[in-house]
Design a protein around this ligand. Structure first.
Ligand code: SAM
Length: 194
């Protein structure tokens, strides 16, 4: 997906589009017949881009500020009629009978350390960093179409192999689809298919 021409504002309490956001955006292949679910939409760049292309888009976040921010950005881009935005802890508010062809999550993936910040909810995935992703992967398969794909971002600052193992354990074949080397970490997009 491409961010070209998307107009975006970011609330000061919401995660702004960053290297991981753009890496995931670039890795996702989406067509008009796809149905797209984003977990942890933040300020909404991925879901706004998906709403330009895809027939059905649902964006979720646990943070009410993120839900409001994504709605605002959909309205700014005249795409609010093409995407529902709901507050949800991972998949808990999604109808269990719903299926999607693409599900994406740029999760909080960093390990907890002694520093705390207002952005921890967007950044810290647990003691070793991968716990939130593991919880997501244990729930996601039943929402995925049989030919569908799930995309997650992982970081070398956490345990990438543990994320891959969680995908396999939950019946997903794993492919490393995109990598970005930053000064202090390597970001990886993993794609899982049933
Ligand atoms: C790294 S940010 C990614 C935001 C956006 N998708 C992006 O790529 O720029 C992680 C997002 O996950 C959300 N989040 C954290 N815990 C969550 C949970 N249990 N369920 C749903 N979303 C959650 C945070 O509020 C935050 O917006």
């Amino acid at each position: 997906m491409k961010p070209n021409g998307i107009e975006l504002v970011t609330d000061s309490e919401v995660y702004p589009p960053s290297d991981d956001t753009y890496l995931l955006l670039d890795a996702i292949e989406l067509g008009p017949s796809d149905s797209f679910l984003e977990i942890g939409c933040g300020s909404g760049l991925l879901s706004v881009a998906a709403a330009r292309t895809s027939r059905r888009v649902v964006a979720t976040d646990i943070s009410l500020e993120a839900v409001r921010n994504t709605r605002e950005n959909l309205i700014r881009n005249s795409l609010d009629h093409r995407c529902s935005v709901i507050q949800s802890d991972l998949l808990s508010a999604i109808d269990p009978n719903s299926k999607f062809s693409i599900i994406a999550f740029n999760p909080p993936y960093l390990p907890k350390d002694e520093h705390t910040s207002d952005m921890d909810r967007a950044l810290v995935g647990g003691t070793v960093g991968v716990e939130m992703t593991e919880r997501f992967l244990s729930e996601v398969s039943s929402y995925l179409e049989s030919q569908g794909s799930v995309y997650v971002v992982a970081s070398s600052l956490a345990d990438l192999e543990r994320v891959e193992a969680a995908m396999l354990k939950n019946g997903l074949r794993v492919e490393r689809t995109a990598t970005k080397r930053l000064f202090f970490e390597i970001l990886q997009v993993l794609r899982g298919t049933p």
